[in-house]
Design a protein around this ligand. Sequence first.
Ligand SMILES: Nc1ncnc2c1ncn2[C@@H]1O[C@H](COP(=O)(O)OP(=O)(O)OP(=O)(O)O)[C@@H](O)[C@H]1O
Length: 252
Amino acid sequence: MESTIIKTVNYNSYFGENHVVKNVNMEIPENNVIAVMGPSGCGKTTFLRGINRMHELVTGAHANGNIFLHKEDVMKMHPIVVRLKVGMVFQRPNPFPNLSLYDNVLAGYKLNGIKLAKSERDKIVEESLTKVALWKEVKDSLNKKGTFLSGGQQQRLCIARAVAMQPEVLLFDEPTSALDPISTATVEELFKELKKNYTLIIVTHNMQQAARVSDKTAFFYMGELVEYDDTKQMFTNPKDERTQNYITGRFS
Ligand SMILES: Nc1ncnc2c1ncn2[C@@H]1O[C@H](COP(=O)(O)OP(=O)(O)OP(=O)(O)O)[C@@H](O)[C@H]1O
């Protein structure tokens, strides 16, 4: 029996008066890949950014309800602590252009004022880059800037930066939408490896990607979690008519 790592209870989020995520109740099992899909503007990104308390960084944005990480309520934790446990990778690879590859991997420690011995830094850099299958490619170029890498490599570097903080959960907001098909395939392959150690929640517009990489899929529509099920079940036998219409391409 898989254990639940994240559980949202009546979770709502707002931009001012605009109620964009509505009463979401969802249980996410550990070491699973969860795809979050739905039409544009339905609240996928807002929901994702709520899980590590990034939503509230927007002026006027607020949220209520509960998000349990194991037994602890994220809504009551210090946001910095939450973000160390729940990392985030964005749509466009965003390595720090002025930092070396080595320092990019360690950027989270620097930003949080965490000091490490050189041997520890070396270990984290090697382990993190190994976990994203980038170590062999870059081990002789660690002092070069992160921007010399290809788009796909840059995205893997950003994943290494998140992994370096030893999170339990990784959030991905359309992580391959800015990548070519070959880089996309490499990152998708990586998800299968990463889920051995982490729980992955991925917002994607790409239904084939959701079908290829995820164990469970959540379908959002107008801020509501309409359907949440095993991915196979969702794509072969959706229960809600709105899900059915979406996956058969009747709206996008
Ligand atoms: N920074 C913001 N300030 C105010 N409203 C916002 C902001 N970001 C998003 N919204 C609004 O919140 C709603 C949900 O947006 P969100 O980006 O979460 O949807 P989405 O499903 O991720 O869309 P997409 O697939 O287009 O990225 C939309 O009505 C959007 O206009």
